[in-house]
Write a protein that binds this ligand. Structure first.
Ligand SMILES: [Zn+2]
Length: 380
């Protein structure tokens, strides 16, 4: 709180600089740069958010049930991502070798090539996963175009979340791997599709951990984790997007002090969470790194896009037996040389400017919520 004014100054400078820069380039709309950067149309972005906004009521039912399970009358900001531990639930632990085996096995049923590359990554030690004191949390994958390999950094402590993160980073490695023979410039994909392969790989593995759950309590814990991830993309990131738009709208007229930024943030969160929470985080604009990244404006909607785009592809795989790993690889190979709309049209035969694709992906979030409500009934 003491530093609120400093963070407010930073944000004002950053947005003010960008707006001046856009004006000098005669850009009419501040969304032009972030949209161009992601090679997508405004229409697509608006349709995605509109469809999400229309699909939030099941999330509220999920919040109510989660509040009951956590023993609070209404969820607060911090409760949304709290772990749900019912009955005698104990966190399942994986050794690193078990995780490797589990990931490779589950990748196999979707893409033998992805499984094969992952086996190589484990055997040739592309992954720095040691859990040691002082090591940074989180995961990261870096591509080495000369050797056509990748390197992964993460801390593996044995949780199911760690197994999903490992799969996620291997997904990134696979994305680079299938593009390894393309000209270097055609390997540089934008942020919104950068998470396609990683989210896909993560979905394969996190869904497998749910299927392999040995008790209802474990299943509940894992499904909750999955739903809360959807909540992050549908609500938390939505709030960031609404906030940033309002910030740029007001910044065109002058600077905003820290109190105004707090108001804008709280309003954005109330709108995005549809007033379903008991408490919000008005200082979020100061604590979240993404608002202060200088290189890329609107470092938010590409996450939501990437997640639901990937969920759509994953569902396609499950439903259509004619879809093969080569179709998936062909899509990945085009991610750095096509617009997002063309990519979806060519490989998925869908129009991202229309709600259908997004609705289908959102329907699978409904399914998770239904299962969660059913399983938890006896615990309330
Ligand atoms: Zn990622």
């Amino acid at each position: 709180m003491k530093k609120a004014d400093l963070f407010a100054t930073t944000l004002n400078h950053l947005s003010g600089f960008r707006l001046n820069n856009y004006e000098l380039h005669d850009y009419k709309d501040y969304m032009k740069v972030p949209l161009d950067y992601n090679r997508m149309e405004e229409n697509t972005l608006d349709t995605m958010w509109d469809t999400i906004a229309k699909n939030k009521s099941p999330l509220k039912k999920y919040f109510e049930r989660k509040a009951q399970l956590l023993g609070v009358d209404q969820l607060g900001w911090l409760d949304v991502h709290a772990s749900v531990d019912v009955g005698d639930y104990k966190n399942k632990k994986y050794t690193y070798d078990e995780a490797a085996e589990f990931i490779i096995d589950n990748f196999k049923s979707f893409s033998p090539k992805m499984a094969e590359m992952s086996r190589r990554a484990f055997e040739e030690q592309w992954i720095e996963a040691e859990d040691r004191p002082g090591k940074r949390p989180g995961g990261y994958c870096s591509n080495l175009p000369e050797s056509k390999q990748s390197r992964i950094f993460m801390t593996f402590a044995g949780s199911t979340g760690n197994v999903s993160t490992l799969a996620h980073e291997l997904g990134h490695a696979f994305h680079s791997y299938v593009m390894r023979d393309l000209p270097l410039l055609n390997q540089r994909y934008a942020m919104n599709v950068a998470e396609t392969a990683s989210t896909f790989a993560e979905l394969v593995v996190s869904n497998a951990t749910i299927e392999n759950a040995t008790s209802d309590a474990e299943k509940i814990n894992l499904i909750d984790e999955k739903i809360s991830r959807s909540v992050a993309f549908m609500m938390n990131i939505h709030a960031r997007y609404i906030f940033e738009r309002n910030l740029y709208d007001e910044r065109q007229k002058g600077t905003l002090d820290s109190n105004r930024l707090k108001e804008l943030m709280k309003d954005a969160q109330e709108e995005a969470y549809e007033d379903a929470l008991k408490s919000y985080h008005p200082m979020f604009w100061a604590t979240k790194l993404h608002f202060h990244i200088t290189g890329v404006p609107f470092y938010n909607f590409p996450y939501t896009f990437g997640y639901f785009f990937s969920l759509g592809i994953y569902n396609r795989f499950l439903e259509d037996k004619n879809v093969s790993e080569d179709d998936y690889i062909a899509l990945l190979r085009d991610t750095a040389s096509m617009t997002t709309e063309d990519l979806a049209e060519k490989h998925l035969n869908v129009d991202l400017r229309k709600p259908d694709f997004w609705q289908e992906a959102l329907d699978s979030v409904y399914k998770d919520i239904e299962e969660f409500l059913e399983l938890t009934e006896s615990y309330v």
